[in-house]
Design a protein around this ligand. Structure first.
Ligand code: CTP
Length: 403
């Protein structure tokens, strides 16, 4: 999964020959999971057609202030476009467009959108080498940069004029990796390590049977993805589940039993800035697993169970800098038990699931949780998809933990 996944990217295209590369750029951004909309300057339509771009982006492409072709013309709202975007990328950005952006001119929809946008703006200049080196262009780029616009440098190579030098728009692959690196380095958890336990544990009875529970690990995996999207290096310690995570920032350790999970947690906890224990760890295990399959007989089967290590409680005892989050799954007296768990296990936050709530808990794609902070204040969240719940939990942690 890419850091661009789920990001709303507004692509601005101005009138340069490099506009033909915008087609590949749209495809690549979409491949990285971005939702892409396109705004063009009127002249850029000479280089690439809106139909190609709207087909690829699956959104209408806008280039005029109003749609005069319709019987009842509608205003194309540049303010909404600017507010919709998580980031605005202008590629190619011609010398003319850069100059107008730097002086605040606003004679087309792309420029009006730039002036309205509140999101970070990136420009990928594209022009002939002498235009790129011209003092006016250099001054415009410097001014834009000091206004907070990020410049994706032009590259060296053969130009449309036949001359060779700097001025080519960066290749679409380079633009996308530049954006990804920039977003990652500016993400709020860049440089932080987040350790997450997820899924059930299986406690063997014999080689074919185990004690387990209904946890699928979905909540933990969703949390891992959100933490990675926020720039963290994630150590995901997962019990047996069919889930996989393909985000480059997530390192998954697969374990079976609570003892295995404890061992991996012990090796990684000190590295963590944030530790989230979302695993449904089996509280008990058979005192000794049989090496051979137990054969059935007419007598009742007695299993002696002994307690597993409490991983969250261990983290609570060891913690120094770590912000520690525990989960509580309750069927009754939920708030009282959850608050006690927060105090007994020395957590900074408890995420409470109540099995009484429809749509919450094991095996559902949705969840409804209440967050309980160190002051024992309770913040109920609404029933939502587990990815959204994961985002809201991480946003809550971000607000609480500032360093
Ligand atoms: N937990 C853990 N190791 C265990 C048991 C639980 O790390 N052996 C963690 C879970 O990951 C979760 C929290 O403790 O974050 C709550 O687990 P839960 O089983 O609900 O609570 P318990 O403390 O075991 O208490 P009880 O079963 O009495 O509710």
């Amino acid at each position: 999964m890419s850091i661009l996944s789920g990001k709303r990217v507004l692509l601005g295209i101005s009138a340069g020959i490099a506009a033909y590369k915008s087609v590949a750029l749209v495809r690549l951004l979409i491949k990285h999971g971005a939702d892409v909309r396109v705004v063009m300057t009127p002249a850029s339509k000479e280089f690439v057609t809106p139909l190609t771009l709207s087909t690829l982006s699956k959104h209408p492409v806008l280039s005029e202030f109003s749609n005069t072709e319709q019987e009842n013309p509608v205003w194309n709202n540049h303010v909404d476009l600017g507010l919709w975007a998580d980031l605005f990328l202008i590629a190619p950005a011609t010398a003319n467009t850069l100059s107008k952006m730097s002086s605040g001119q606003c004679d087309n929809l792309l420029l009006a959108t730039y002036l309205s946008a509140k999101c970070p703006t990136y420009v990928a200049p594209a022009m002939d080498l002498d235009m790129y080196q011209h003092l006016s262009t250099t001054a415009n780029l410097e001014k834009l940069s000091s206004n907070g616009v990020t410049i994706i440098p032009a590259e060296e190579g053969e130009l449309a004029s036949g001359l060779v030098g700097y001025g080519r728009m960066a290749e679409p692959e380079h633009i996308v990796s530049y954006l990804s690196d920039h977003l990652l380095h500016n993400a709020p958890w860049y440089g932080k390590t987040v350790m997450i336990t997820a899924g059930p544990t299986h406690e063997p009875i014999d080689p074919v049977r185990y004690i387990g529970n209904h946890s699928t690990g979905t909540m933990g995996y969703r949390l891992a993805e959100v933490a990675a999207q926020l720039g963290a290096e994630v150590i995901l310690i997962s019990g047996p589940t069919h889930l996989i995570s393909d985000h480059p920032n997530i390192r998954t350790h697969r374990v079976i039993t609570a003892d295995d999970m404890m061992e991996v947690v012990k090796k990684n906890f000190q590295k963590a800035d944030i530790a989230i224990c979302s695993a449904a760890v089996a509280d008990y295990k058979p005192v000794a697993a049989s090496d051979i399959k137990l054969k059935k007989s007419d007598k009742p089967l007695e299993l002696i169970l002994v307690k597993n290590p409490d991983i969250l409680a261990w983290c609570g005892e060891q913690k120094k800098k770590q912000y520690l989050i525990g989960f509580a799954l309750e069927t009754h007296n939920a708030l009282t038990y959850a608050k006690a768990k927060l105090q007994n296990k020395n957590c900074d936050l408890i995420v409470l699931n109540s099995l009484r709530d429809t749509g919450a808990g094991f095996g559902t794609t949705t969840n409804q949780v209440t967050l309980i902070d160190k002051q024992l204040s309770a913040f109920p969240l609404e029933l939502k998809d587990k990815s959204i719940v994961a985002q809201e939990i991480c946003e809550f942690i971000l607000k609480q933990k500032h360093d």
